[in-house]
Design a protein around this ligand. Structure first.
Ligand SMILES: [Zn+2]
Ligand SMILES: [Zn+2]
Length: 430
């Protein structure tokens, strides 16, 4: 316990003279190791007759010689200075400053903790929302599949019932015909028997109607029935699902009015390639005249839209979206600041079109790139469409109408220009 341990005298007490009860002034040490102020011990000794002694331990000394203890003197000076008003104020200020600095630091930490806690809450909320969203997306797919399955099974059952009904009817007809034939046979047999026992030859009164004609085969075409339900059922369902996807891949086409004159478009406007010769063209404000760019004919202001671009074999390209308002006669850097949200390939490396460019890590060389434009979410995302790996997301996507953007770029010297193409899926024919 703290109360049991004897209290050690403070440094100030150690440096206090036992005669004047004040801090030493010009401290001297006697041979007995006790200290006193030079003046105090001198005065004390002057009062003595004969041998001098230490007032504390009474040890006697042969001489009155006194030696200043500079070490103790220095310590006394320190203690005196530290107990001065100025020193105290200074120390107080230091303590206060220190305290203030800790308080500020603590508030800072508490703030960060609050922010972190909010972040954690947001993460949890966003996680839950995303989970619900993913579930919803798959539920929609399942519903489509279930409807397809139910519809197909229903029509199968109906056709089966019709076939069975037809077969039953045919059987009934046949059984009736058999009965009729049996009856006719019986009458004929009787007539035949009568002729054997009688000489009279007369025609029996038999109604010899021609036998009922029943078609041998039913009308039902079992083979057609089988074919209808053993076809590529999954593929048929998949094509129907593809049409219901949101967003479904948009069947874009290039807008020839926007194409730089040295770009050559395919007849169906889905393939673009750089040409060595300028193509004949009409001047119009939509056309890119400085860079080998082209836009799609379809622009978007709202909703979510997805499309894929085939880039197999191409060594250099830019693609993404551009604001309708971009200056077609300027040699602009492709960056969001200038109205372009793009991905690019240069010298075998992939980059996001930021300023400066952001390098991307890709496994392999994609043959097709997917672009997702989310107008409300103001996002433009790029995917390796071969694996659907997300490559890059612009989170500050455009305000205003945008158009899908493409540039096959000017081919490198010694390399044949390679086309890039807009990929279409079998949706239009459905
Ligand atoms: Zn003294
Ligand atoms: Zn002494």
């Amino acid at each position: 316990m703290a109360s049991d341990t004897p209290k050690r005298p403070s440094l100030k007490e150690d440096l206090t003279c036992a005669i004047c009860y004040d801090l030493f002034t010009d401290p001297v040490m006697l041979a007995c190791m006790h200290h006193f102020c030079r003046a105090c011990i001198s005065t004390y000794w002057r009062s003595l007759r004969g041998a001098v002694s230490c007032p504390q331990c009474r040890q006697e000394f042969p001489t009155r010689q006194l030696q200043t203890n500079y070490l103790v003197a220095a310590m006394v000076e320190k203690v005196r200075a530290s107990s001065s008003e100025g020193f105290r104020q200074n120390l107080q200020k230091q303590l206060k400053d220190s305290l203030e600095s800790y308080r500020t630091k603590m508030e800072e930490y508490l703030n960060i903790i609050r922010q972190d806690e909010e972040k954690v809450e947001t993460m949890k909320r966003v996680g839950a929302e995303l989970q619900a969203r993913v579930r919803g997306e798959f539920q929609a797919l399942r519903e489509v599949l279930q409807q397809e399955e139910a519809g197909l099974l229903e029509s199968l059952r109906r056709e089966e019932a019709e076939l069975l009904q037809g077969a039953e009817h045919h059987l009934e007809q046949l059984r009736g015909a058999v009965l009729e034939a049996e009856q006719s046979m019986r009458v004929l047999q009787q007539a035949f028997d009568a002729m054997e026992t009688s000489i009279e030859v007369e025609l029996p009164e038999v109604n010899l109607r021609p036998a009922v004609q029943v078609e041998k085969e039913t009308d039902a075409d079992l083979n057609a029935f089988i074919s209808r339900y053993t076809g590529p059922v999954q593929y048929i369902a998949w094509r129907k699902m593809l049409k219901l996807l949101k967003p479904a891949p948009v069947p874009l086409t290039f807008d020839p009015e926007t194409a730089h004159p040295s770009l050559c478009l395919s007849r169906d406007k889905t393939v673009v390639v750089e040409s060595q010769e300028m193509q004949p063209y009409r001047r119009n404000p939509k056309r890119f005249t400085q860079c080998v760019n082209v836009l799609a004919a379809q622009g978007f202001l709202s909703g979510r839209h997805y499309w894929e671009v085939g880039v197999a074999g191409s060594r250099k390209w830019d693609l993404g979206v551009a604001l309708e308002s971009v200056d077609r006669n300027a040699r602009a850097k492709l960056s969001p600041e200038n109205g372009y949200w793009t991905l690019r390939l240069r010298e075998g490396r992939y980059w996001a079109g930021t300023q400066p460019w952001t390098p991307l890590d890709l496994d392999g060389t994609p043959c097709s790139i997917g672009v997702l434009l989310d107008c409300e979410g103001r996002r433009v995302c790029f995917y390796n469409a071969d694996s659907m790996q997300l490559l890059y997301t612009f989170n500050s996507a455009p305000h205003g109408r945008v158009f899908p953007f493409f540039s096959p770029c000017v081919s490198e010297r010694g390399h044949k220009p390679q086309p890039i193409r807009i990929l279409h899926f079998p949706l239009d024919s459905l």
